[in-house]
Ligand binder design. Structure first.
Ligand code: HEM
Length: 494
């Protein structure tokens, strides 16, 4: 009996050792195939984070590598990622060979739990359908007027009163402008997307469960994309532990709130409402699909706007001559007794338009964007791309390339966009801040109008200065470029 037990114990022991051995063997094979064990200089710097000794941000290190590369393209083997700042490659990926560069399964898995089948996260037929509905809605005159009304109201009733209340304080007239713009853009995009006002930019700076769950879910989803070995987050998700557990909880809260919004719309009746969700509800019945659409639009229009506005004010604070020119231009078009500019007046202001474009050249809210190759391909610069691997174009690096913008590429100079005072657009593949080609941002025009309205109304009413003017911008890792620690700004009435 005893010897039988011993034989069984030996059998179990050897089976376990064999399983462990096979597991390690296949893991190493997988890592080698994925090149996760690559020891080249760049991969070593990535894995050991030694790049951070010389650079504040990962995007600055990538920019440095791309500037040094003769073809403006590099490869990070451990991530199976080809990164390019070459406009011809960008055109190749986003237009000429668009069908070969979908978002792909790896991306849809990373953000799939948060975005579901929303427009950002799908390819093929599902994408075509949403793109068609959304573009016809967003292009309509009525929705633009509706968006303009919403933003005008939010500026008049919340943003300006909030900043005025800060500006009257004598000693502590400081505010985190990034936080203000995040609240401002959350109110706007919620009103625009589903016709409800979360009142997030109230003077008491209330807590919003919806906004907090949204922040947490997008942060944790973005973190998935940063690990060299996706198996790690997949195992954590399977076991429902750590950050994956938190992500699941945040998404659950979001789902409940989004469903409440949809149900309320159904009860109230949506056919006469102007918001985007009501418009989608006339042609889509599936509540899960509507939920995905709502979440995608919040993601699209919230942090991108907040990021664009924050870095615009960061740059203008360092370049007072730009602020003076914007004010001078506005005086030509807006009478002194008029508070906020009209849609047509804003369209006349070419210098303001150029300043907004120029700030996003240096600080694009979406710093990089990835696709996955469906089949083997060769980029315009001759770089081979293997089927199933990731290809990233990098608007942040592109804004800093001498080959694209000339020797003064690091300077903030709105004039580079003007010819005899008239704004001249550049090739969108040199400036893919809103992406370009078939999947170009659908909210581009709305975003530009909103930025100009905010810029004008704040610059005309207040003087401001940075609390730490010497600090180099540091970004938090995430889907959109947000400044670590926000942007502390002192405000005074003019
Ligand atoms: C400064 C602000 C904005 C910037 C820089 C920006 C940038 C971008 C970029 C880079 C993409 C491509 C993302 C990808 O495919 O991975 C995109 C897509 C998109 N954007 Fe924007 N965006 C901004 C504001 C907005 C706003 C306010 C809205 C909505 C009202 C919006 C709606 C969309 C939609 C629906 C898409 C998906 C297009 C598609 O996949 O066919 N965006 N945007």
């Amino acid at each position: 009996m005893e010897s039988l037990l011993q034989t069984r114990a030996c059998f179990v022991f050897f089976s376990l050792v064999l399983t462990l051995y096979l597991f390690i063997f296949f893991l190493l094979l997988h890592l080698r195939r994925k090149k996760v064990l690559c020891n080249c200089e760049i991969c070593y710097a990535y894995l050991s984070s030694s790049w951070s000794k010389d650079f504040n941000n990962l995007c600055d290190w990538y920019t440095h590598l791309l500037q040094k590369s003769p073809s403006q393209t590099i490869r990070i083997h451990v991530l199976d990622n080809t990164i390019t700042a070459n406009p011809e490659n960008v055109q190749h990926i986003l237009k000429s060979r668009f069908e070969n560069y979908p978002k792909g399964k790896p991306f849809s898995m990373i953000v799939g739990d948060l975005l579901g089948k929303g427009i950002f996260n799908v390819d093929g037929e599902l994408w075509h359908f949403q793109r068609k509905v959304a573009s016809s809605e967003l292009a309509s005159f009525s929705i633009r007027t509706y968006a303009f009304e919403i933003v005008t109201n939010e500026i008049k009733s919340r943003l300006l009163p909030f900043l005025s209340s800060i500006a009257v304080k004598d000693s502590s007239n400081v505010v985190d402008l990034q936080e203000v713009f995040r609240r401002f853009s959350f109110d706007n995009i919620c009103k625009f997307s589903f016709g409800l006002d979360p009142c997030y930019l109230e003077s008491s700076l209330p807590i919003s469960v919806f906004a907090n769950s949204f922040d947490l879910a997008s942060k944790l989803s973005a973190e998935r994309a940063m690990v060299a070995l996706p198996l790690v987050w997949k195992i954590k998700r399977l076991l429902n532990v750590g950050t994956e557990k938190k992500l699941k909880q945040a998404i659950k809260t979001l789902n409940i709130l989004a469903m409440e919004v949809i149900m309320r719309k159904r009860k109230l009746g949506f056919s006469t409402q102007k918001d985007l969700l009501s418009r989608f509800m006339t042609c889509i019945n599936d509540d899960n699909h509507l939920r995905d659409i709502v979440i995608s639009f919040i993601l699209a229009g919230r942090d991108t706007m907040a990021s664009a506005l924050t870095t615009f004010f960061l740059l203008v604070a360092h370049h007072p001559q730009v602020m003076l020119k914007i004010r001078d231009e506005s005086e030509k078009f807006i009478p002194p007794n008029q508070d906020l500019a009209s849609y047509n007046q804003i369209r006349e202001m070419h210098y303001l338009h150029a300043a907004v474009y120029e700030s996003m050249r240096l600080y694009p809210p979406v710093q990089f964007d990835s696709k996955f190759a469906l089949n083997d391909d060769v980029l315009a610069d001759g770089m081979f791309v293997k089927k199933g691997t990731r290809v990233t174009y990098h608007p942040y690096a592109m804004g800093r390339m001498e080959k694209i913008w000339g020797q003064n590429c690091m300077e903030f100079r709105p004039e580079r966009w003007l010819n005899c005072g008239t704004f001249c657009p550049q090739c969108p593949y040199k400036y893919p801040v809103f992406q370009a080609g078939s999947r170009v941002c659908l909210g581009k025009e709305l975003a530009l109008v909103e930025m100009k309205m905010v810029a004008l109304s704040v610059l005309r009413k207040f003087d401001f200065e940075l609390v730490s003017p010497g600090a180099a911008p540091q970004f938090d890792p995430g889907l959109t470029a947000m400044l670590r620690g926000g942007l502390q700004v002192g405000f005074k009435n003019r």
